[in-house]
Design a binder for this molecule. Structure first.
Ligand code: DGT
Ligand code: CA
Ligand code: CA
Length: 576
């Protein structure tokens, strides 16, 4: 039975939550939470790797005990001990843990005092104003909780792209093997490269009828069939993800692919253009009167309305149709264009692998150079480098560079920008490096004026080269910094400071909108993996998708350039 990394990660998360709710040993709870993070961060399916002989014991932070549990899960889909725990702790309490400022002990208090079992019973208790009576709450906390519950209600569940990608790949290969099916594509937001997807839209092409409902029922990840018809069927997978599947004949395939790729706003705009030409565009084709004049391929649909092909990542009705009309579409950057990666961690701080292994992995990923940018020491940072440990790492880089071929290591650091815009290491230390990547890791809530001044002050430091994950947002967890971006872009262009597009799936920051504004201000972008292990370079493709969504071309990206040019661009000319 197929098991995806996300299924395993979700089981570990559930285990961690339920243990926390039963006030278990904190080390055990943390071990499960860490295991969930590790598994979620793997770009390749663990089941296939283990089947090929990989030992889960070799995963960072996974000991023999958890490795054994992983093996059981990969074989059976069950995590040992989880079923028993589900019987002793009301699982609905987990919904409460997702609320801001609500930890396990508060949830336990609500459960014990009021019999709260889930979000629904919490709502009832709030409505009756009984929460204020519970020890540790009071009227103020009650009203905060009320607001948090209300905000939570409107929150629709979207999956991070790499998670959706695992479910998509499995269903794609299943559908491709169903008899009678000639071609399958994933359309929708997934094809447009969005950072999260709400549901997956599959397009199936066949010359004859195919019973898609039956095919979905026969898929072992299907939980329930929502609808089944001759052209459209929908199912919910065991993971909770909805899949919509449409069946079309070859003559309509291009039109259907265009229609179901969306976005809706893009489609509406294309239909308007068609109408102006006396044409009708829908998912079945492009028509003049009754006669179909295009629709076998997507390119034919665009051509019929007078446009060149528009890449899916651009189809948001953010000016792409106008740009296509005057033949001014950007030529979008590709993964292959990247020559290096300017943000990489090692064992020295919170990475999981040595310098030498990171170098080898980068070379395998087709890169010519990487910058080693471990964390500088700062209160709260994990085991950050101080000046003397950094000096030792620099010696190690020198000796590796002397022996390595086909890959060069740049000397760098990821240094915190403190609340007042100063840096966590002095200039005399930073001045010895090839590259200084500066980043905000705390004080996220400053006012716009103070936050903007903080960044600009950091840009004025003599050795800052790149601002990492500029908006510091975490998808679904932390909003973007409140910053006057026009000022930041202008100053970045003057200095220059390069702005990062961090490829970690929960960051993808700068996002599509901001990265586009940045390049319009002539700021170069560093598309970086922020890799913490040898597998981390695989995330670069997500960063590239986000860049493409932001209209970024090869010339807009710092690390599409050869090393020599990057070294020149990193030199601080304004110092001279
Ligand atoms: P998602 O699933 O929320 O991440 O976003 P999408 O874009 O995948 O949206 P979804 O799954 O509701 O629909 C897939 C595509 O189908 C959408 O991108 C465009 C097309 N579509 C859906 N509804 C309409 C509609 O009412 N009008 C038009 N023109 N297109 C639609
Ligand atoms: Ca969708
Ligand atoms: Ca859909």
């Amino acid at each position: 039975m197929p098991v995806h990394n996300e299924d395993l990660a979700a089981a570990f998360d559930e285990m961690g939550d339920l243990l926390a709710l039963s006030a278990d040993n904190p080390f055990r709870i943390n071990a499960y939470r860490r295991a969930a993070r590790v598994v979620r961060g793997l770009p390749e399916e663990l089941q296939a790797r283990v089947a090929a002989g990989f030992d889960p014991d070799d995963l960072p932070g996974i000991g023999a005990d958890l490795a054994g549990k992983i093996r059981v899960f990969l074989d059976t889909g069950e995590l040992p001990g989880l079923a028993r725990l589900r019987k002793s702790v009301p699982t609905g309490l987990r919904e409460l843990l997702a609320l801001p400022n609500v930890g396990p002990s508060r949830v336990r208090a609500l459960h014990e005092a009021l019999g709260v079992r889930d979000l629904k019973s919490l709502r009832a208790a709030l409505a009756a104003h009984r929460v204020r009576e519970v020890a540790g709450f009071g009227p103020k906390r009650e009203s905060q909780l009320e607001q948090a519950v209300a905000a939570h209600a409107g929150h629709d569940r979207r999956l991070l792209r790499p998670v959706a990608s695992q479910y998509a790949a499995a269903l794609l290969s299943y559908l491709r093997n169903v008899p009678g099916i000639d071609q399958v594509e994933v359309a929708g937001s997934y094809r447009r490269g969005r950072e999260t997807v709400g549901d997956l839209d599959f397009l199936v092409c066949s010359r004859g009828p195919v019973d898609i409902g039956k095919a979905l029922l026969g898929y072992d990840e299907t939980a329930s069939l929502l609808s089944a018809g001759p052209t459209k069927s929908s199912a919910v997978l065991k993971s909770g993800l909805q899949v919509d599947v449409r069946l079309v004949p070859p003559a309509s395939f291009g039109s259907a692919l265009h229609y179901f790729t969306g976005s809706k706003a893009h489609n509406i705009h294309v239909r308007r253009l068609a109408m102006e030409r006396g044409l009708k565009v829908n998912e079945y084709g492009v028509f003049r009167g009754e006669r179909q004049i295009a629709g076998t391929t997507e390119a034919s649909v665009f051509k019929a309305v007078g446009l060149p092909y528009i890449e899916p990542e651009l189809r948001e009705d953010r000016g792409e149709i106008e740009a296509a009309g005057v033949r001014r579409l950007p030529s979008l950057v590709k993964l292959d264009d990247l020559k290096g990666d300017l943000h990489v961690h090692t064992l020295a701080t919170d990475g999981t692998t040595t310098l030498a292994e990171m170098a080898a992995a980068a070379k395998r990923a087709g890169l010519d150079y990487i910058a080693i940018t471990d964390h500088a020491q700062h209160i709260g940072a994990v085991h950050g480098l101080d000046a003397s440990r950094l000096a030792r790492q620099l010696d190690e880089i020198d000796s590796l560079n002397a022996s390595l071929t086909g890959i060069t290591l740049l000397k760098g650091i990821e240094v915190d920008i403190l609340e007042d815009g100063t840096l966590a290491l002095p200039d005399r230390v930073l001045g010895k490096l090839d590259i200084v990547v500066a980043a905000v890791h705390d004080h996220f809530g400053l006012t716009r004026r103070r936050q903007t001044d903080r960044l600009l002050r950091a840009f004025d430091r003599p050795f800052v080269s790149v601002l990492a994950h500029p908006a510091a947002r975490l998808i679904d967890e932390r909003p973007a910094l409140d910053v006057a971006w026009n000022r930041v872009f202008r100053r970045a262009q003057e200095r220059p400071v390069y702005l990062e597009l961090n490829s970690q799936p929960t960051r993808l920051d700068l996002d599509d909108i901001l990265v586009r504004e940045a390049i319009e201000n002539n700021v170069l972008i560093s598309v970086a993996s922020d890799a913490h292990g040898a597998q981390g370079f695989a995330f670069l493709d997500g960063g590239i998708l986000q860049a493409r969504r932001g209209w970024v071309s090869k010339a807009d990206v710092l690390n599409t350039r050869p090393l020599r040019e990057v070294r020149r661009l990193l030199r601080k000319t304004f110092l001279a």
